[in-house]
Each structure stands twice: as C-alpha cells, then as structure tokens.
Design a protein around this ligand. Structure first.
Ligand SMILES: [Zn+2]
Ligand SMILES: [Zn+2]
Length: 215
C-alpha cells in the first residue's frame, strides 16, 4: 500500500492510505501498521537481485525469456495494484518491495519451482506465510500443505478435532515431510532453521482446511 502524508504537527504524522478491505482488519485483528517512509531511495541492488531471481524461476517454469516474463508481470502488477509504470532500474524501494511480493505470491499460486526459499525472498514474510496457509502450500518447499499448530496453540489430545475452536490459534502450512520434522524438533529450532513464524488462524484459513469455525 502507498499512503500520503497529509499533516505533521511536530510530534506526529497524519497519513492517509487508500484501503477498502475492512474485513481483513477484522479477520486478523489488525491494530498496527508498519510505516516505511519513502525517502526517495530507489530500488536496492538486493531487491533487484531478488526480483530477477524470481523472474528467472518463472521463466524456467513457463519457458519464456526472462525479459518477456518481467514485462508481463510488471503489466499485471500495475493493473492489479493500480500502480504507475514500474522500472527495475530506478523505481522506489517501496514499489520494488510490492513488486517482489507480487512475484512471490505468483510463485505460490502456481507452484513455480523456486531455487531460493520464498520466505527469504519475500519482502513481507507475514504476507507470504498467510498466503501459503490460504493456498495450502508448504511455507518451506511449496508442496501441498497440511496445518501444523504452533506450540501452546495445540489442539488437545483425545478431543474431537472438529469441535475445537481453531480461530485465533496460531499455525503453519507444512507439507507432510516438513510437518513430520516440525514434530521432531523444538519449535524455536525449527523456526530458526527455516526462518518461519506462526500465523493466527482466521476464518479464511480455517475454510481452506475446512476447520470448524468457532470464535
Ligand atoms: Zn515442505
Ligand atoms: Zn502438527
């Protein structure tokens, strides 16, 4: 999202951000937002590298030249986000972040085989993990995922799983192999190894796993 500074009184900024997804705020109980000031810095070398690595993966997957893939992806991106034209040589850092996350989401949606882990490519890991949960795509390898509850957020043994209120508990999307591994090592070790953290289950996630919704 791109917002505009509409006021500054010496102590605080007033920022206006066009936003219509009130449902998202409710679903995830969002009360805070991270603000990064666009100080005129342009896309970093690291961001450019990430974008081209992802474009290379998409190119390998679909068989078209990277330059063409980049052209189309930029076109869909600006249409989808109602953004101005974007160039990877001199766009702003914040626009580059959004484009990279758009490419990451595309790779998740289409199970594009990627050379690097997407969690390390994502500019907003939160968004990536949420997207992986919704798409039932393993946050580590992209294979079809099942739900793994975070420690302290577990569904009790011997209780009817369908009767447990899942909404609000925290979870990961993991394939069978990575899910098995998650049960074999301490959670902090697993998180550190794969740079993961759990995401709060909302009704969209619950629906993806057909969990019973109870608040
Ligand atoms: Zn996996
Ligand atoms: Zn589990």
């Amino acid at each position: 999202m791109i917002g505009y500074i509409t006021g500054f009184d010496g102590k605080s900024l007033t920022i206006k951000v066009p936003f219509t997804d009130g449902e998202l705020l409710q679903r995830q109980g969002v009360t805070q937002a991270e603000i990064r000031l666009d100080d005129g810095r342009t896309i970093s070398a690291e961001q450019r590298r990430k974008a081209w690595v992802l474009i290379g993966d998409i190119s390998n997957w679909c068989g078209f030249l990277p330059e063409d893939v980049n052209g189309w992806m930029k076109y869909y991106f600006i249409l989808d986000k109602d953004m101005p034209y974007i160039s990877l040589s001199n766009c702003s850092m914040s626009l580059a972040s959004q484009y990279i996350d758009y490419l990451v989401a595309f790779c998740v949606d289409n199970s594009v085989p990627c050379r690097k882990r997407l969690i390390d490519m994502a500019e907003d890991p939160n968004k990536f993990l949420y997207h992986s949960l919704i798409n039932r795509s393993c946050a580590i390898c992209g294979e079809h995922a099942e739900l793994h509850h975070a420690e302290g957020s577990k569904v009790g043994m011997g209780r009817n799983r369908l009767e447990i209120p899942h909404i609000g508990l925290e979870a990961y999307a993991l394939c069978r192999g990575h899910h098995t591994e998650a049960h074999q090592v301490p959670q902090y070790e697993f998180n550190a190894k794969y740079h993961l953290f759990p995401i709060k289950i909302d009704h969209r996630i619950a629906e993806a796993y057909t969990l019973k919704e109870e608040v």
